[in-house]
Design a protein around this ligand. Structure first.
Ligand SMILES: [Zn+2]
Length: 281
């Protein structure tokens, strides 16, 4: 499941092809993804220029010169592929159409952007630029934004009787964090995912903010290098390999110097938490 760094990597990969580009033709091959696609979607995209390509939380937002914005969510398995353009050091020719190519943007310059999603948990919609959308409503601040700071996070965690892991996954508190980067953040903070959010000392709560930014920035940097050398020879954006310190490392030795414990996995709210029971309290 793509989290903020993967979505940001997709956005940066799309930037040179999409931002400022003209959509010569849009192909919409089915009426719905997770939800119905907007009415006359192909018609509303065709002939439009993309004036800006933004990200909010895990959503990519393409502003059009029609004062509409195309909202894209990759869902669980959604993939963006670029062909007919240079990406990083590689050029990829247009592939033969694949099953599950649901939306294809044919750019005036010859590039093609294909949204392929086998499981169809992804979503696309058109909304007025700058307007409200149900999926964006109630989202908390961006982790890199000024509204997200130590005092803010401490105040949101104060008195909360839910585990810190659940609190950091709560998109109303901070937007864009998911299971992977919450695990990595709590490991660096040496805080158990089971600790109640409200039990954290003020200083501990505040110290989470720079750690969240550090973990996300490192992942975005890893995504950036994957775009530059573009190892994904199939033209796919956004999925890159990165070393995790705890995520998905159950049974492997803890990487903290001097710690001889192994990483454990605990199920919380139906999802795996990976953590070191010796380092994280
Ligand atoms: Zn440890």
């Amino acid at each position: 499941m793509p989290e903020l760094p993967e979505v940001e990597t997709v956005r940066r990969g799309l930037l040179p092809v999409l931002e400022g580009g003209l959509i010569a033709r849009a192909e919409v091959n089915r009426p719905d993804l997770r939800w119905p696609l907007p009415e006359r979607m192909a018609e509303r995209l065709t002939g439009r220029r993309v004036t800006a390509l933004r990200r909010r939380s895990k959503y990519i937002l393409a502003d059009l010169d029609s004062d509409e914005t195309l909202l894209v969510h990759l869902g669980m398995s959604g993939r963006m592929l670029i062909s007919g353009a240079q990406v990083g050091v590689h050029y990829r020719d247009h592939p033969a159409p694949q099953k599950h190519d649901h939306v294809v943007l044919h750019m005036a310059g010859g590039a093609r952007i294909t949204f392929n999603d086998a499981r169809r948990f992804g979503a696309m919609d058109l909304m007025p630029t700058g307007g409200a959308h149900p999926l964006l409503e109630g989202l908390g601040p961006e982790p890199f934004g000024n509204d997200f700071n130590g005092p803010y996070l401490a105040s949101r965690l104060k008195g909360r009787r839910t585990p810190i892991k659940s609190a950091l996954l709560d998109q109303r508190i901070v937007a864009g964090l998911g299971n992977i980067y919450v695990a990595e953040t709590l490991y660096r903070a040496r805080i158990s995912p089971l600790r109640l959010a409200g039990d954290l000392a003020e200083a501990q709560a505040q110290a989470l903010v720079p750690l969240i930014r550090e973990v996300l920035a490192e992942a975005i940097e890893a995504g950036g290098s994957s775009l530059r050398d573009f190892r994904q020879a199939n033209g796919e954006l956004g999925y890159f390999s990165k070393h995790f310190q705890v995520y998905d490392r159950e049974g492997q030795p803890c990487e903290t110097p001097g710690c001889s414990a192994v990483i454990t996995r605990t199920i919380q709210s139906g999802r795996s938490s990976f953590w070191c029971p010796a380092c994280q309290r």
